[in-house]
Design a protein around this ligand. Structure first.
Ligand SMILES: Cc1ncc(COP(=O)(O)O)c(C=O)c1O
Length: 399
């Protein structure tokens, strides 16, 4: 039993999801096959991406995007030390694939209202070596995509969208994750849909798609557009096992794919329920004379129709260590909390250990980390009793 009456995530699986998973188990076909391909097809036609490949996590999707960018089969590949712009408020595996691909991350502070990259600070960070920008769409929100696309065009930058927290969000009626050359999605438990573990990578270019396909499966040519050409040059080899590229094994299981695929059919209703729940909580707290002086909520950016990942909360009191005290009380009173992603990643011990954290300051990210946190959003409709319980737990925690 969870110690929380309001956990980050309640059971994300319907009976039907479980049935679908069991059916796959019974079929004994657990490795990549029909279910994965079907999910990829449904995903790509639904969000309108050119190519989609399912992987075992959102982190793997980010890794594949960056590994594709340095791949020798790519016409224009990035070189060691090329720079990638990234917001300081990111997840660890939004950042690490950049370093693991021998590229250089250049941090940019966020806008403390949208929680996304501060568009106005991008240009000053662009140098001759800047080749790409890794956006992180935070908790269902996004930055001003019009500005990003203008900058992208002007400086000829590749765009990677880490959409792991924002499946289903749209900017001017276009799904996030369809603006850039690459995008990643996560289906980890607390996300908009869940396959337990799982993710999707989308891309726009056929060669990139085939490179990623080979990287996902050991670097072999089987099932890629390279297959015949490579075989013709290597007739002495077994066509099924020709390793022509670098590789990983980042494939999902069929069980995850079947569950993810089944949930994906309900994406609209899941988004709707989360949106209604969020509104109900905000309304109830905003009507509370005590709480409305203590907290505020982050809103969606202009032109964004959000698919909320969680409910992000801003503590209005600015006393030192206030957040720590409040979170401790909320947790004690049954509400599970999370920081806004990693906070300022440049301050994480890993960034310091690996020496890519400079002395530069990122005040907006620090401010958000010090004042804010988020709680989950249930994917079932919540009732008035439950709402009263939430508000009462907040009241107790802020006193
Ligand atoms: C912004 C962001 N990127 C990447 C990931 C990694 O996704 P996964 O847990 O599926 O590896 C997460 C995880 O929540 C995330 O929040």
């Amino acid at each position: 039993m969870s110690k929380y009456f309001y956990p980050l995530v309640e059971n994300p699986f319907s009976n039907d999801d479980i049935k679908k998973g069991i059916k796959v188990l019974k079929s004994k076909q657990l490795t990549l096959s029909y279910e994965t391909r079907s999910f990829e097809e449904n995903f790509k036609s639904r969000i309108n991406s050119k190519y989609s490949l399912m992987v075992n996590s959102g982190s793997s999707a980010n890794l594949l995007a960056l590994q594709c960018l340095i791949n020798p089969y790519r016409k224009k590949r990035l070189k060691r030390g090329d720079e990638i712009l990234i917001p300081t408020l990111c997840w660890s595996t939004s950042l690490w694939p950049i370093i693991q691909s021998n590229l250089k991350p250049i941090f940019i502070d966020i806008n403390s209202e949208t929680l996304n990259i501060d568009e106005s600070q991008i240009k000053e960070k662009i140098s001759k070596r800047t080749k790409a920008i890794m956006l992180v769409h935070v908790l269902g929100n996004s930055c001003d995509m019009d500005q990003i696309m203008q900058i992208k065009k002007k400086y000829n930058l590749i765009l990677i969208e880490d959409t792991c927290e924002s499946l289903g969000s749209k900017y001017k009626n276009k799904y996030l994750g369809t603006f850039g050359e690459f995008s990643s999605f996560s289906f980890y438990s607390s996300h908009q849909i869940s396959s337990g573990e799982g993710g999707m990578i989308c891309c726009k270019d056929k060669t990139d798609y085939n490179i990623i396909k080979s990287l996902r499966s050991h670097g072999w040519s089987r099932g890629t557009s390279f297959e015949n050409k490579i075989y013709k040059k290597n007739l002495h080899l077994d066509k099924r096992f020709i390793f022509f590229n670098s590789g990983f094994n980042l494939r999902p299981t069929e069980v995850s794919a079947s569950i993810g695929n089944n949930q994906f059919k309900r994406i609209d209703s899941l988004i709707k329920i989360r949106t209604i729940n969020r509104k109900k909580i905000i309304n109830k707290i905003s009507k509370n004379k005590f709480l409305r002086k203590k907290i505020d909520f982050y809103k969606e950016n202009k032109f964004v129709s959000p698919s909320w990942f969680g409910l992000s909360v801003k503590i209005l009191e600015t006393k030192k260590n206030i957040k720590k005290k409040i979170l401790k009380k909320l947790e004690k009173n049954g509400i599970e909390t999370r920081p806004i992603i990693s906070g300022n990643f440049a301050k994480q011990p890993a960034a310091i250990k690996y020496g890519f954290s400079k002395k530069e300051k990122y005040p907006n990210t620090d401010k958000v980390y010090n004042q804010s946190f988020f709680i989950g959003l249930p994917s079932r409709k919540i009732n008035n009793n439950y709402l009263t319980k939430i508000v009462s737990a907040f009241e107790k925690s802020f006193k």
